[in-house]
Design a protein around this ligand. Structure first.
Ligand code: IPE
Ligand code: IPE
Ligand code: MG
Length: 222
């Protein structure tokens, strides 16, 4: 199954303990490692997509944006061994051409070094916005001169060759999708939890998956 998570609440987690917002992002990165490792060893999860930076997140203070870029670069450098150890293939959706050449290179290297792994595909959504993705897909379709069909359109999305989302989770209590995978969640089951991302655990994920398994997915049928 394909699990997608809107990892929200890092800032509020930090504020609650009178720490700067960036401390929440640091703790949030630790949780990404835990959840990825857990998902890699979970028999039901083949794809895990994590919303890490949206096209709207550039609106944040420059210092916070710069910190997030640095955190991402360090994280990919440090956690390459986690990907290798757990046989996780790393992939990205979003327009990374807006990132520094150094970070783009780090992303490419991580993809290259993990491309043969098959236990889990972990997809980070980086400078990702669904509306931006859909517009880029339409431009690509036109550029390639392809007929407008569902099949061709889907192949022009960043998620080409990745199945649609089965389960969408958002932490922090907000009940909105914030421009995440609008096409790909057409028939996803949704779960909103008030847990802040830095407090999210593999146990809660397991509980959510167990609830998901009890749901009846009808896809418009009866
Ligand atoms: C999610 O946590 C992480 C990113 C968007 C990078 P937030 O930073 O949005 O935390 P809150 O929502 O302000 O608590
Ligand atoms: C969504 O969280 C984006 C990520 C988790 C990366 P935000 O905190 O940016 O979303 P809004 O602004 O509250 O909708
Ligand atoms: Mg937020």
């Amino acid at each position: 199954m394909h699990v997608a998570i809107i990892m929200d609440g890092n800032g509020r987690w930090a504020q609650k303990q009178n720490k700067p917002r960036i401390e929440g992002h640091k703790k949030g990165a630790d949780v990404v490692k835990q959840i990825t490792t857990y998902a890699a060893n979970h028999p039901d999860i083949q794809y895990l997509t994590l919303y890490a930076f949206s096209t709207e997140n550039w609106k944040r203070p420059k210092m916070e944006v710069e910190f997030l870029m640095k955190l991402l670069d360090n994280w990919l450098k440090k956690e390459l061994e986690t990907y290798i150890k757990n046989e996780v293939k790393f992939d990205v959706i979003g327009d990374i051409s807006k990132f520094s050449p150094k970070l783009q290179k780090r992303i490419q290297t991580t993809k290259e070094k993990t491309k043969h792994f098959t236990k889990l595909t972990q997809i980070l959504a980086l400078n990702y916005g669904s509306q931006d993705e859909i517009l880029r897909a339409i431009k690509k379709l036109c550029r390639l001169g392809l007929e407008v069909s569902e099949e061709n359109f889907v192949q022009c999305l960043d998620t080409a060759n990745i199945p649609d989302v089965d389960l969408l989770i958002r932490t922090s209590g907000e009940v909105r999708v914030s421009n995440f995978l609008l096409w790909q969640i057409a028939y996803a089951e949704m779960h909103f939890t008030s847990t802040l991302w830095p407090d999210f655990t593999p146990e809660e994920l397991e509980d959510i998956i167990n609830q998901y398994k009890k749901r009846e997915r009808r896809f418009g049928g009866i």
